[in-house]
Design a protein around this ligand. Structure first.
Ligand SMILES: Cc1cc2nc3c(=O)[nH]c(=O)nc-3n(C[C@H](O)[C@H](O)[C@H](O)COP(=O)(O)OP(=O)(O)OC[C@H]3O[C@@H](n4cnc5c(N)ncnc54)[C@H](O)[C@@H]3O)c2cc1C
Length: 437
């Protein structure tokens, strides 16, 4: 029988990834009592979603973090599209009528550390690490969360080792729960919300590297007949290439974020990785001439197009990867998660402080569902005009997922390419084999 926690909160945020930490910060800055828990012992150890969209920078600015993030990242104003040896199209983020008309390349581990630090400084809020949501139920107009408190425990006699064990289980009551608990969301699962999937899974291989020469000051996207790839410059001579492999078939579990940043540079596998990267570059990006000095981190990851059929219900609502996944090129899942977190925090604040109607949360569901259905190509589709370049026209379905933007900025950037979203019709989500990239 779990003991009752003495600290009921107005909102319990489950998951201290970027979306959970940001949502907790927005809530705390509005004077809402927040608890933020995560089953892991600390922030992520790798770069993962390594770029912030113009809108995300705006949202971070509203909580006084954008300038600190900008000091830590690498600012890029141009997105270029390539096929074979040629550049086919270019987007100028600098033409966007927004406060931050650029993308900030910033590794996710650095972003998470910054968010954790700002939570403490600005809101006096500490992440409660090593706390795992084990169960969730709705009772008497509240959400009741069962939380396992975890601790390292020595195990084994002949081969001593340690592993996480449950030290204590507590029950926490909250007015609302935000499920920002990523792909395998237990909040989504306990709400019984289906996680619809469409299209084939896409396997990507990621290489982080250092070059001898200067990298281009642009996000370079390769879209050829059958695959896609992207180059993200982290600094002038460090960056990440991600290439789509063609052999992803069966859906595989999405990997958990690692918490250690330890990579073995110069390990036996590193030379193989460098060789594979060179092969991919000569086949798909022959224009890329910078010599690869070293490959640091290399990983295969399978991404899918998935969308929760509802963004929550009753007293528990989802944001970020708990509600969706898409391909990695446009960095949309995490960035749109920031917009969802800001919207959800504002709506919960209205309900908890200004007698706002709970119907606000139904609107939250409908609006974000619709935007995702459009982005994933499940509804609406794109239209070209008579001036649209033939190359763009032929690949139009694959373009929106490659652009590091969403909402109005995405619409404006698509416009630069002569594309626009068709108005979406209200229909049910989740058909098979509709989109790629
Ligand atoms: C190897 C890898 C490579 C990636 N590459 C890219 C890329 O190139 N482009 C891209 O756009 N995205 C990429 N991603 C995805 C990107 O990292 C996510 O979109 C982003 O982390 C989503 O943020 P989030 O806050 O919604 O969820 P997450 O960052 O997943 O955070 C969820 C948090 O919830 C916690 N949690 C889960 N279950 C529980 C529970 N029961 N109780 C308490 N806490 C819980 C987890 O420990 C985690 O910290 C990659 C991810 C991985 C793992």
């Amino acid at each position: 029988m779990p003991s009752k926690s003495k600290t009921p909160s107005e909102v319990l945020v489950v998951g201290a990834g970027p979306v959970g930490m940001f949502t907790a910060l927005r809530l705390a800055e509005s004077g809402i009592g927040v608890q933020l828990i995560d089953q892991a012992p600390c922030t992520a150890g790798h770069s993962y979603a390594c770029a912030l969209h113009p809108r995300t920078l705006q949202l971070l600015d509203e909580v006084g973090i954008a300038q600190d993030a900008i000091k830590l990242g690498h600012l890029i104003e141009t997105v270029a599209f390539y096929e074979g040896a040629f550049q086919r199209a270019e987007l100028k983020l600098s033409l966007l009528p927004v406060k931050f008309p650029f993308v900030l390349v910033l590794q996710q581990n650095i972003l998470e550390d910054l968010l954790e630090q700002k939570l403490k400084e600005r809101a006096g809020l500490e992440v409660r690490w090593n706390r795992r949501l084990a169960d969730l139920a709705m009772k008497n107009g509240a959400a009741i969360a069962t939380i396992d408190e975890l601790a390292m425990e020595g195990k084994g006699y002949s081969v001593p080792h340690s592993e996480m064990a449950v030290k204590k289980t507590v029950s926490v009551s909250a007015d609302f729960v935000v499920g920002a608990d990523g792909q395998g969301s237990i909040v989504r699962e306990r709400l019984g919300i289906d996680y619809a999937r469409a299209g084939k899974p896409q396997l990507f291989v990621v290489y982080e590297f250092e070059t001898k020469a200067q990298l281009p000051s642009e996000i370079s996207i390769v879209v050829d007949q059958h695959m896609a790839g992207v180059l993200w410059p982290f600094t002038q001579n460090k960056g990440r290439w991600s290439f789509q492999w063609l052999r992803a078939n069966a859906p595989a579990d999405f990997p958990q974020k690692a918490r250690s940043s330890f990579t073995i540079v110069g390990s036996p596998g590193a030379e193989d990785s460098r060789h594979h990267l060179h092969k991919l570059l000569s086949a798909h990006a022959p224009w890329f001439q910078a010599e690869i000095k070293e490959v640091g981190w290399a990983k295969d990851i399978q991404f899918e197009h998935r969308l929760a059929r509802q963004f929550g219900r009753d007293r528990a609502w989802l944001a970020g990867d708990a509600a969706h996944q898409t391909g990695p090129i446009g960095m949309q899942s995490m960035n749109m998660g920031f917009r969802e977190g800001a919207d959800l925090a504002a709506k919960l604040t209205r309900i908890l402080r200004d007698k706002g109607s709970p119907d606000l949360l139904e609107t939250y569901d409908v609006e974000h569902q619709m935007e995702w259905e459009q982005l994933l190509g499940w509804k609406g589709g794109l239209q070209a005009n008579s001036a649209t370049d033939a190359w763009i026209r032929q690949r139009s379905v694959r373009i929106p997922g490659c652009i590091p933007a969403s909402g109005e900025e995405l619409t404006l950037l698509l416009h630069q390419l002569g594309l626009e979203f068709k108005p979406a019709q209200l229909e049910k989500v989740g058909t098979e084999d509709t989109v790629s990239v």
